[in-house]
Write a protein that binds this ligand. Structure first.
Ligand code: HEC
Length: 126
């Protein structure tokens, strides 16, 4: 999680942002080919991370876990498509879907988070 998934997702999350400071608004977007390539790489790694999570011994069950992991792969592919098209708005939306995919799994499989919701996991999506 810390060594592969988090850094790859950061490449996407940090690429599109609106940063407001007093008197100034920075619209951060990838511009150069190099910057877009970095985002493409991050998106591919996120998608592949979903595949890795589906493998033994990482997969915790054959049902909900697989759906959560597939959700991460789908969101990563969405980000890859957006990066291929150099579409910053689509990339921002894909970044949100990646975040939902992470959270949806964490609320179900990390006990400390899961136990904070005695009535069952919330739907983190949309
Ligand atoms: C299919 C389930 C699943 C998905 C999807 C998932 N995680 Fe996790 N994550 C876990 C579980 C389970 C743990 C706690 C156990 C562990 O560390 O292996 C965890 C722990 C973590 C940790 C704590 C550090 C660590 O290694 O224990 C970080 C950071 C993290 N995830 C980031 C992410 C990010 C960022 C995403 C999405 C880009 C993501 N995770 C997607 C299941 C998932």
């Amino acid at each position: 999680m810390n060594s592969v998934i988090d850094p790859s997702a950061d490449l996407i999350w940090e690429s599109v942002a609106t940063i407001q400071t007093p008197g100034e608004t920075e619209e951060r977007r990838p511009h150069t080919t190099e910057e877009w390539t970095k985002v493409q790489d991050g998106a591919t790694m996120v998608a592949e991370s979903g595949n890795l999570l589906m493998m033994v011994p990482r997969a915790k069950d054959g049902d909900v876990w697989m759906k959560m992991a597939q959700g991460l792969t789908d969101a990563g592919m969405e980000a890859r498509k957006a990066a291929d098209a150099k579409d910053a708005d689509a990339l921002f939306n894909a970044g949100a879907n990646i975040y939902y995919a992470c959270s949806n799994c964490h609320v179900r499989y990390i006990d400390e988070i899961k136990n904070a919701y005695p009535n069952g996991p919330p739907d983190v999506t949309k």
